[in-house]
Design a protein around this ligand. Structure first.
Ligand SMILES: [Zn+2]
Length: 320
């Protein structure tokens, strides 16, 4: 799946992104990481990025998009990606769409993790970190306060309040985010790709909602997959056919094959009992057939197969 994640600082989208990476085995593509890696590797794009940064300029969208495209060509991105931190404006979003269209890998979902501004303010300004570097415990004076104010529960060290977590700084960061993101929200909404998840509640609750959204968004794909699997099952009846032949039931063969296939699929762990069950069926199966043959044969003409009829034939005569 190909996802753009949108969410304010403090929205918890980074946590959700990590969970998505684990669940769906797709990479998160962070432009910051790409820039650092490209500069370190000294690639063409990395040199361009470095010269821009050295000159105190923003790295151009072309360079960033080039890095994203390179990253998408790696094997781990074959089944999708999560883009975080890009795009940040409409021109970037349009350029991204154009690039993904060329790759025939259009975005499927723009997921907005939505949290009220006042909750974000508390999350960000209420953060306190243990000053003991080897501890590093994190608290929030509003949501997860230490037992004694200003002291770490674990090691007793003083708790620190980062200077960039003060109210004015946080509020201006959130305003910048809002100004950047609102147009993107409209952009993806117009494409029908925007889905919003409430970013409040437990991490697991939020993730459940995230995965529900993804499953719904990917349902057409899932339907196509299951249709393909069903087609593959029909075109590969080798195993069920053998079972049907052994039981010598030509007419209900399909039903038998289905019955045999269903328990195996439902309980893969119980393969042994499934194999044992058909065995007793083989013995009773021939009996009804012999009876059917015996009954049918005498009614039509008794001359075709005289060998099996020798015994019953005299009995019938004696009775009469
Ligand atoms: Zn501590």
């Amino acid at each position: 799946m190909r996802i753009v994640l949108l969410g304010a600082p403090g929205s918890g989208k980074g946590t959700q992104s990590k969970l998505l990476i684990e669940k769906y085995k797709i990479p998160q593509i962070s432009t910051g990481d790409l820039l650092r890696a490209a500069v370190a590797a000294g690639s063409d794009l990395g040199r361009k990025a470095k010269s821009a940064m050295d000159a105190g300029q923003l790295v151009s969208d072309d360079v960033v998009l080039g890095m994203i495209q390179e990253r998408l060509s790696k094997p781990d991105a074959r089944s999708g990606f999560i883009l975080d931190g890009f795009p940040r404006n409409i021109p970037q979003a349009q350029a991204l769409d154009a690039m993904l269209a060329r790759l025939s890998q259009p975005l499927q979902l723009a997921l907005l993790v939505d949290v009220d501004t006042e909750v974000l303010m508390k999350r960000l300004t209420g953060r306190r970190t243990c000053s003991n570097a080897s501890c590093g415990a994190i608290y929030n004076i509003y949501f997860s306060a230490p037992k004694s104010p200003g002291k770490c529960d674990k090691c007793g060290s003083n708790l620190a309040h980062r200077s960039d977590d003060n109210e004015n700084t946080v509020r201006s960061r959130l305003q910048v985010y809002e100004q950047q993101t609102a147009p993107l929200v409209s952009y993806y909404k117009a494409q029908g790709k925007l889905r919003t998840v409430r970013g409040t509640g437990s991490v697991n609750e939020i993730f459940k909602n995230v995965t529900d959204i993804i499953e719904v968004q990917m349902r057409p794909l899932a339907a196509a997959m299951s249709a393909a699997q069903a087609a593959a099952a029909k075109s590969a009846p080798a195993k069920p056919a053998k079972a049907a032949k052994a039981e010598k039931k030509p007419t209900p063969a399909k039903a038998v094959a289905k019955a045999a296939a269903k328990p195996a699929a439902k309980k893969p762990a119980a393969k042994k009992p499934a194999a044992k069950k058909p065995a007793p069926k083989k013995k009773p199966a021939p009996k009804p057939k012999k009876k059917a043959v015996k009954k049918a044969a005498p009614k039509k003409k008794g001359a075709k197969k005289p060998a099996p009829k020798k015994k019953p034939a005299p009995k019938a005569k004696k009775k009469k």
